[in-house]
Every structure is written in C-alpha cells, then in structure tokens.
Design a protein around this ligand. Structure first.
Ligand code: WT7
Length: 654
C-alpha cells in the first residue's frame, strides 16, 4: 500500500487555495500539535461570535472535556445573524430543489426572518432553553429553519431521519424525554409520498410527554390533526413577529443529540456541544473544502445523519456558504439527476458517498456525460472507505481529472472531519483519508495500546480531546465511558481498524465491532437481532455484514425458528419486511437465512465472526445453512475461543 503513487494537488488549484503548499500545511499541523490550546483558542476567538468571551480553553477530566468555558454564544447567531451586516445579507444561504423540480432560495436575511418567526412561535407555546424537540422532516428548508430556531432558544434538537419507522421515532422521543415534535404531512421519495405525520401519530400513542406537534404542509397529503396537540406550521407563522433575540448559552450547552447505532440493541444518543462543535465544523469547511465566498457547495447527505448536521447546516452556514439542498432520490426521474443539479446551479464543491459513486458507475457514463460539470472544483467522499476503482472513476468522469478528491474520515461522535487531505497541500492516494487535520492526534495501536509499526494493521485511536468531540451519551455517562474510553484509558477508541503507511497516510479499513456499514449508514447488528427476536416465529438471531460491491456491506441475518413454524422462504421474506417496518426500510436485510442452529462459544455466545466468514468466503446455497458449513469453519478459526478474543485478535474488516 505504501507504494501507491501519490497524486499531487493540481498546480492551478493549489495556487488559489487557502493552504497552498505542503510546507505551509505541515507548519500549521506542527503548531497545532505543539500547543493545541493556543491553536484552538486563537481560532475560537477570531472565528466565532461570542456574547461573553471564554476564560478557559480546555478542561479535560478524562473522559469528560469542556472547551471554551466561561464563554457564552449562540449557534444560530453564528450561522445566520452575523452574516447580515455585510454583503452576505442577500447571499443565498440555502438553495433548495424539490424532487418535483420546485425551487426555493433563502437568502441569509430571509432565513433569519423565518427562523425568528418560528422561534417566537416556540416561545409562545412555552418552550425554553434546555427543552428537547424532535425534528422529523423531509429534506426541505423548514428542516434547517426548525434546527436553527431551536438553537436560537437553546432548545436541544434531535433530528430523526425521515426513513425511520414510527417505532424508531418513539424510542428516540422516549429516551430524550422530548416535549415537542416538528414534522410535515409527508415527504417525497421517487415520486411517492412518505407519510411522516402518520408515523408521528403512531409514535405519539405511546409518548404522553410530547405536548405539541407542529406540522408543515409540504405535499398537501391528508392528515389527522388532533385538537390542542397538533398545530399547523403556516398558521402559527402567520402572526408571528419577525425578530427574536437569540438566547446566549454557555459554550458547552448541548446543541443537539443525534442517535446512532452502537454495539447493543439500544441506539446511543450522541450529545454535541455548541462552541467546540461550531468551531470545528466551520474550520473544516475552510481546510477540507477550501470554501470561497462565491462557491455553491453541495453535500448530498440527509439532515437525518450527522453529515447533514455538520456539512449541510452548521458548518456551511457558520462559514457563510451557499448550501444546496435536494429533496429526493439521485435517480429520480432519471439517473442523471445529480449531474443535472450540478449543471443547473453551477455547483463548485460536491460531497457524496462511495455507495452513491458506485451506483453511478453502474448506471454508466452516458448520464454524467450529458451534462456540463465544468463548474466543479473539488470532490469529497464520506461514510466508508472508497475503493480505488470508484475513486478513479469519480476523479476522471465527474472531476474531469481536474478536481482534487477529499476522502474524509469521521464519525457521528467526532462531530467534524478529522482525517482528510487538505486539497491544495496534500497529495492523495486513492483509498486513503491521508493525514490527521490540524490539532488531531491520531494513532494506530495494537490490543495493548502500543503503536504498531508502519504498514501494520491496528486500531485507530485519538490520543487527545478535540473541540467537536461528543460530550457524552444522553443521560448515560457509563455507556459513554465504556464505549469509547475503557479500552485505552484516556484515549478515544474509534471502533475502526486502520493502517498507517510509510508516508504517515492513514488507510481506514472498517469497523472491528458489531457495527456494520451499509451504504454509508451505520447499523448495529445487535439492534437488528433484538428486532428479529421480537417476531413471534423467531427463537434466536445473528446479524452480520457481507462485503457488497455496491453498498460496501450488506446485512445478512441468520435465524432459528420456534418449533411448529415451517422454515419457508415466505417466512424469510416476511422477516425481512419485519425488520424494515420496525427500524426503517434502509435496514431491510439483504437476506434472512433460517438455520437449524447457531454456532456458539463455550460460554454460549454466538460466534458472529464465524458467520461473517461463512457469508464472506463460502457460497451457501438455499435457504438453510447446515451444521457442516459451520464445522468446516470451526476448524479453520480456533474452535471455542470467545468472540471478543477473536474479534480483537484480528480485525474482521479488510
Ligand atoms: C464510521 C462512522 C462520518 C459521517 C458518515 C458516517 C466509517 C466514515 C470514512 C472514510 C473509511 C469511513 C468508519 C466510521 N467511515 N468515513 N472516509 N473512510 N471509513 O458516520 O454513521 O457515525 O459512521 O463510518 O467506519 O467509524 P457514522
């Protein structure tokens, strides 16, 4: 891997870049590592708007960090108000296109007006700093307005991806003890309507703590409105005042909670702060995307995932960018929709996922070739390792061999991009996220926590805290400590395997825990298993990831069924649908295999690693897996050892 030829930043790109040489960049990284507090402190003072300046840069009581204490600020002021005094006032903040080609543009001034109006509505309903709101909206500008209105008042928001089921919505409302939900009648996806309000209604049957649901009429779908509880967004906004002072909050005030999958059946509520989070999302807009004032920037993620929070809303708006938001599917009405959008809005910076890129490759070059993509200056990738074939296609066909590619590694927990090339300064190697960004102290270590030699595989860790790191898991400090800080005390365990080459470049290989990555979406195998065993026919279940050419990994579930039920393919089909209804259709298993028994360790734990090998290396025909399949594998893989031992002894992903 270390022999991979590096691709140097194109000379004309480097010439105009914010950081335009490797020497300048190395100096920045050196400074940041030598004195991280001085580095971040200077950036925070100059880069953010404060009501009260901070006194202490960092208070680090592992694993709990506080950044910029003593300071007060407001995220909405930083993302909106501070752009109103100069020429950005009438700059497009959000350019939105609906799946049906409808178009809306919100300038910073117009965004401010709407956010203030909604904030006044929330105040009028009695909501205040520290309250919790669930946002369950499609990809429409109102999602940004809702997030920013909450932030303006210090209300902690939790966006739930609109593809989640009512059951998933309910568990998040419960865990957060939310009082308010902001939703829409429905969303649009591939010409069909996604019934959001209906899902909210079902969830609210079991969530007595929710006082109101505010409903935005987006598609005009018929909805039931319950008197006193359900309120019409447009009616509420009509009489609402256009100015609303922003609430100064302490630097550490939680901006939002975002649920993500962990290694148990219960999703983790990742808590992000205000100041540190904004500082690092904004800084990475400059370092990684090399944002210029006149750029049109487009991140194709959904606001329901962290990428949407950090790189559609908070990072770009804090940096004063024009951020493009598209409502629908990439292949609607035809597979050229993304290229059409790039041509139409003259997009300069484009950020998407390897899964999307692989599906574009499959659809053929004719679609991008129909469009003028010459406005593009830089391409980004996120969510999973990008395979060199996808990288090369992206570079040649979309980037016209002229655009640098930034392969960005980060996580819901890290808040912002931590490993990525800086495009005017760092040569890239297809498949590598290259170097840690300024102020990031990464390492690759073995089981004992010792650094491994270059070229060897180990676990990716972060040795020191960083401003946008998660501040904890919502009301669960033990799980926070256990999940991230117990394996290597005082150091953050990412859950990823990685290798560092002789040039210091990082190659992130994938998860080493029971988390799989399907199309760039994190999924917990335990969560899927706990849903499976809730089905009346299922006795036991084990979910694993199988390498998939398109999705990175595909979900395969092994299940034993209760006596008296026949292991038919109809049942297997029903169980796939069951998971989709219980979690969301993006979680529908690729395959459900009904088996006679599951392989177990001496202590009775299911040997998932064995099952992973089974789906990876051996073709298994038919609906059932036989004992012979397991026994062959058992011989290969150290029979009887505990899963934990096997998993950590050799990272599963490669
Ligand atoms: C996991 C985090 C970060 C936003 C989207 C996913 C994998 C992410 C890369 C990359 C290799 C990557 C890791 C990580 N991952 N980006 N550029 N190269 N792997 O956020 O759902 O929190 O998942 O995604 O395995 O741990 P997430």
């Amino acid at each position: 891997m270390s022999t991979t030829a590096a691709i140097h930043p194109p000379a004309d790109f480097a010439a105009g870049a914010r950081i335009s040489s490797r020497a300048a960049y190395d100096e920045l990284r050196r400074l940041a590592l030598a004195d991280p507090e001085a580095f971040w402190s200077a950036r925070a003072r100059a880069g953010l708007h404060w009501f009260t300046p901070f006194e202490t840069v960092l208070n680090w009581q592992p694993p709990f960090a506080e950044w910029f204490t003593g300071g007060t600020l407001n995220a909405c002021t930083n993302c909106v108000d501070r752009h109103l005094t100069g020429s950005r006032r009438n700059k497009a903040a959000i350019i939105w296109e609906g799946e049906n080609f409808e178009q809306r543009i919100l300038t910073y001034q117009e965004l401010h007006r709407r956010v203030c109006k909604l904030a006044n509505v929330l105040l009028g309903l009695g909501y205040k700093k520290g309250d919790r709101a669930i946002i369950y909206l499609p990809m429409i500008p109102e999602a940004a307005v809702a997030m920013l209105a909450c932030a303006r008042l210090g209300i902690i928001h939790s966006v739930v991806f609109a593809g989640f089921s009512s059951e998933a919505l309910r568990t998040r409302m419960d865990d957060l003890e939310a009082q308010l939900v902001i939703t829409a009648d429905a969303g649009r996806r591939r010409g069909k309507e996604v019934p959001l309000k209906k899902n909210v209604d079902a969830a609210l049957e079991h969530c007595p703590g929710i006082r109101h649901s505010i409903v935005y009429r987006h598609t005009g779908a018929a909805v039931e409105m319950r008197e006193g509880r359900d309120l019409d967004w447009t009616e509420l906004m009509r009489g609402s005042a256009e100015s609303c002072p922003a609430e100064p909050v302490p630097s550490e005030h939680p901006l939002y909670v975002l649920y993500t999958s962990g290694t148990t059946g219960k999703p983790k509520g990742v808590v992000h702060s205000t100041a540190g989070y904004l500082l690092q999302t904004q800084s990475t807009m400059e370092w990684v995307f090399d944002l210029r004032e006149e750029d049109v920037y487009w991140c194709t993620a959904d606001i329901g995932w962290v990428t949407g929070h950090s790189y559609i809303i908070y990072g770009p708006l804090a940096a004063g960018a024009t951020t493009l938001m598209y409502e629908g599917a990439p292949d609607w009405p035809e597979p050229d929709r993304f290229w059409r959008l790039i041509e139409k809005y003259r997009v300069n910076l484009f950020y998407t996922s390897p899964t999307a890129i692989r599906s574009f490759i499959r659809q053929g070059n004719a679609y991008p070739e129909r469009h003028d993509l010459s406005s593009l200056r830089l391409l980004g990738s996120v969510g999973e390792p990008i395979n060199p074939a996808a990288w090369n296609w992206y570079h040649a066909i979309i980037g016209g061999s002229r655009c640098p590619i930034v392969d960005t590694w980060w996580q819901t927990e890290t808040g912002a991009i931590l490993l990525s090339p800086v495009p005017g300064a760092v040569a890239t190697k297809p498949g590598s996220a290259t170097l840690p960004l300024p102020g990031i102290d990464a390492d690759v270590v073995n089981l004992k926590g010792e650094p491994v030699p270059d070229g060897e595989q180990g676990y990716l860790i972060l040795r020191t805290p960083w401003p946008s790191m998660l501040r904890g898991l919502y009301r669960d400090p033990e799980r926070y400590q256990e999940s991230y800080w117990s394996r290597y005390p005082g150091r953050y365990f990412t859950g990823d395997a990685a290798r560092r080459d002789a040039d210091g470049y990082y190659w992130v290989l994938g998860r080493v825990d029971d988390v799989i990555n399907v199309s760039g979406h994190r999924m917990s195998t335990m969560e899927v298993e706990s849903v499976m065993v809730r089905h009346p026919a299922v006795a036991e279940a084990a979910a694993v990831g199988r390498p998939d050419e398109l999705k990175g990994q595909a979900l395969v579930v092994f299940a034993t069924i209760k006596g008296g039920t026949a292991p038919t393919s109809a049942l297997a089909h029903e169980l796939r649908a069951w998971v989709a209804t219980e979690i969301g259709s993006f979680a529908r298993p690729e395959e459900v295999r009904l088996v006679e028994g599951l392989p177990k360790t001496r202590s009775g734990k299911i040997m998932r690693r064995l099952l992973r090998e089974l789906v990876t290396t051996r073709e298994v025909k038919g609906d059932t897996t036989t004992i012979e399949d397991y026994s062959v594998l058992l011989k290969l893989s150290g029979e009887g050892k505990d899963e934990e031992e096997l998993l950590l002894g050799k990272p599963a992903a490669s």
